[in-house]
Design a protein around this ligand. Structure first.
Ligand code: PAF
Length: 281
């Protein structure tokens, strides 16, 4: 595995692959890699000839007072994991390589970015869309791999790719979970042992809501409120718990069949997100 810091060098390598008609897979990350990231790499290895992983803690997607400066940076451990996963290139740029100090262009995916996490994390999805678009322009992958754990992010990126005709196929990879159901996340490391024991309740709430819908309960607002109240009993401060159409995150109508329940809740100092998508027959 080569570790590359400059766009110029990365482009030279990728050009040589493209000349050999090799398909390029791309996994963008912010590092502190866990099994969830590695499952994206494994999928990329299966689907493409060459795999590029980027690690870049993107400042523009963190709001004021969020955890940008304390976000876990574990480059050496990450490098070892990617080497063992037989990644071809790790792209590890400095901030100066990515952002011009007088940059004046941003990408905003209107609508999809404004609800749910976009309400509390103002500007977050503009930061995500802008960096992902820049990385797509830098890497020019055939396929890019994203976890379904960040469901809203996945929809924002799909919409951006469609609207801007970016020639990349977006692949969604199922959420990796701990044995107790907790969705894997770099931020789980912030939880105390007591909070770690409570955290799986978030997924349990999603499952209960889904099960209620699948047995015919159509009172979606009531189901949402019940789960919010249930989570509060265990110390969560739910930000939202919403039953939505899985294509656009609009509140689900009872006639909708493609559903996703998405939630974000604060536990101690940690903001956890999770979701569950399913088909209502
Ligand atoms: O999901 C993430 O880790 C980040 O939002 C991404 C897609 C790498 C953009 O910085």
């Amino acid at each position: 595995m080569q570790t590359v810091h400059s766009i110029k060098q990365l482009r030279q390598i990728i050009r040589s692959w493209q000349q050999a008609e090799e398909k390029v897979g791309f996994v963008p990350t912010m590092g502190n890699l866990h099994q969830g990231h590695l499952s994206l790499v494994q999928k990329a290895k299966k689907c493409t000839d060459r795999v590029v992983v980027s690690i870049f803690v993107n400042p523009t997607q963190f709001g004021a007072g969020e955890d940008f400066s304390s976000y876990p940076r574990t480059d050496l451990e990450d490098q070892n994991k990617l080497y063992n996963a037989q990644v071809d290139v790790l792209f590890l740029p400095e901030k100066e390589e990515i952002y011009f100090t007088d940059a004046s262009t941003e990408i905003t995916v209107r609508g999809l970015s404004d609800s749910h996490c976009g309400t509390t994390r103002n500007g977050h999805f503009t930061g995500v869309a802008t960096i992902v678009c820049k990385l797509f322009n830098i890497v020019q992958p055939d396929r890019a791999f994203f976890g379904k754990k960040d469901f809203q992010q996945l929809l924002v990126i799909r919409r951006m790719v469609r609207d801007l005709n970016i020639p990349v196929t977006i692949e969604a990879v199922p959420t990796m979970r701990e044995a107790d159901g907790l969705a894997m996340s770099s931020r789980n490391g912030y939880l105390t042992p007591e909070q770690t024991a409570q955290a799986p309740k978030l997924f349990q709430a999603l499952q209960s809501a889904r099960d209620a819908i699948l047995v015919g309960n159509e009172k979606y607002t009531e189901i949402e409120q019940q789960q919010i109240n249930w989570l509060r009993q265990f110390g969560f401060q739910p930000d939202y718990f919403s039953i939505c159409h899985s294509d656009n995150l609009k509140p689900a109508k009872t006639s909708d069949t493609r559903l996703v329940i998405i939630t974000a809740a604060i536990l101690g100092k940690t903001r956890l997100i999770d979701n569950l998508d399913f088909i209502k027959a």
